[in-house]
Design a protein. Structure first.
Length: 185
């Protein structure tokens, strides 16, 4: 391009661009929207953690029922309410031989059957810990599962810091598991 003075003008035509002020305004709007939505995302995340924890407990209850039936053994879901964890165990009977001295001075061996909980092998052998801010409580610290498909009738409550609670009920006879939101009274 040649200018009016006859010299070649090597400058480019002005390109359409955003001004610095426009960029600052857009950045401010984005920051305000993030500040408004952040607590909502955090609250939603806590609710999702609670729902996930309750879902995992209910699925392990159903798994323990199936494993008790297939393995023809008694299983238990053992809860540590203070530690916020739970684990799957199998009930085993062990013969314990004890030597007892009678009043006559004779030593007599006695045999006792002692029941105890043993860790299961496989996927669920370690204790499962709840996320921080999610708590467990219930009517008992264990749910027993029998080989005939029945289980002990218990209620477990999984709650978060917002006092939102999900209730997991087992119906002893049918072995049915019911999961529902629980209203605090």
């Amino acid at each position: 391009m040649i200018s009016l003075t006859g010299r070649k003008n090597w400058s480019r035509p002005a390109a359409a661009a955003f001004t610095f002020i426009e960029l600052i305004i857009v950045a401010t709007i984005i920051a305000v929207l993030m500040a408004i939505s952040s607590p909502l995302f955090r609250e939603t995340f806590r609710d999702l953690e609670l729902q996930d924890a309750a879902y995992n407990v209910s699925k392990l209850i159903r798994y323990a029922q199936q494993r008790a039936i297939v393995g023809e053994s008694i299983y238990g879901l053992i809860f540590d309410f203070d530690g916020g964890s739970y684990s799957l165990k199998m009930e085993v009977e062990e013969k314990v031989v004890k030597e007892v001295t009678s009043e006559d001075g004779d030593t007599v061996e006695t045999t006792e059957l002692v029941k105890s909980w043993q860790d299961v092998t496989g996927r669920f052998q370690a204790a499962i810990h709840l996320p921080e801010g999610v708590d467990l409580r219930g009517t008992s610290d264990k749910i027993r599962f029998l080989p005939n498909g029945r289980c002990s009738k218990e209620t477990i409550y999984v709650s978060n810091r917002k006092n939102k609670t999900i209730q997991i009920k087992t119906n002893g006879r049918a072995g049915h598991v019911e999961v529902s939101e629980h209203e605090e009274k």
